[in-house]
Write a protein that binds this ligand. Sequence first.
Ligand SMILES: [Zn+2]
Length: 428
Amino acid sequence: MVLLHVGIDDTDSKEGMCTTYVGAVAIRRLKEMGFKIKGYPKLIRLNPNWKMKTRGNCAVAFTLSVKKEQIPRVKETVLKTVAELAELHVDTTNPGVVFYQGSQIPVEMKDFSKKVVQDIVTIEEAEDLARRIGAEIHKFKLGRGIIGALAAIGNTLEGDWTYEFIAYRTPENRGTPRRIDRASVEEMDKKTYPRTFDNLDPSTGEIRITPHTPCPVLYGIRGETARVVKMASRMVRAMEPIEQTIVYKTNQGTDEHLRKVKIDEAKPNWSVIVEGVVSKPPRTIPGGHVIFSLRDETGEIDCAAYEPTRQFREKIKKLIVGDRLRVCGGIKEKPELPLTINLEKVEVLELAPLLKRENPRCPSCGRRMKSEGKNKGYSCKVCKERAPADSARVVTLVRDISLGKFEVPPRARRHLAKPLVRELGEDI
Ligand SMILES: [Zn+2]
């Protein structure tokens, strides 16, 4: 018996399909043929900042334990499934399939996978890697999907991982509004959160397990273990037929996309963790986005909280110059604009004192005295009392924000971003 790893990517488009579904169908067909899948199939989210990305930028991989002579049948089934289901008529859909045989995932494949999650990789780099390690690549059209397909095989999910249970719709229902019982989702959330997460948006009550795209997914439940997402799925009442289901092991909700950098090292297309001090106060720009600047010893960078982040944005507005922060977020490539971190999470490490100058009180009537002009002292308009220029006091006001971490709401969260509830438990 040998281990055969299969990777698939870039089969979907904005109009439909989903690479997780292509993977699920291929796996179902292989199981029906009597093949065994080793462990859980993987759903790997790739760099969320890349402009060439497909909708959710995810790739899938799975491993079979097979006899050598069965390998051609496996390959044929997978390739046929991709050719049949991928959105090949869409320009930007360029599927790739990779087969890799071996009991170990080579270190350079793991490194490549990390680069695909955190950075930009070219199709030439993917082809070079495949040649060096002896992986078999299949390109449909431009075949850009071989990048994600290799990355999905190479991501061995060793540090942190989560699971997602996905239920798929029958073909006749795809593209129509999804029908699931809202109360059952609320009940499921009550019983399984935070072992499952992002089921509901706490601020709007919006159900987050159903996507808003024409893809075949009816709903997906994310959680800490395969057991809890399966258990949660049994609590959700679907009011339409379910074609099939699958559980993926995934890098969703793990922060795998983030890398800690100094400000002058930050590059477009990266997602970064940066520590610094607020150097320009938050300001609201047209569209309702809030921007402030952060400085460390190497430079300055803009940080943005976009309108859909709502209450997160309101908290950002309370920051002042001098506050020390650790921020996380992605940097999109926008040549006409300064580098901007699209904030995902913020930790307030130190609050600067908020100072206010207070005029002296009148010794006779107790009213606040008025300034007579710069360095001219103060006077009471009623009693005509006077006070010298140095009699004003500077007082420290109470800040309306505290130390600690806060994050964008689920509706604005990246698939890869680790929800605070996974870091801190329910104490958030
Ligand atoms: Zn007075």
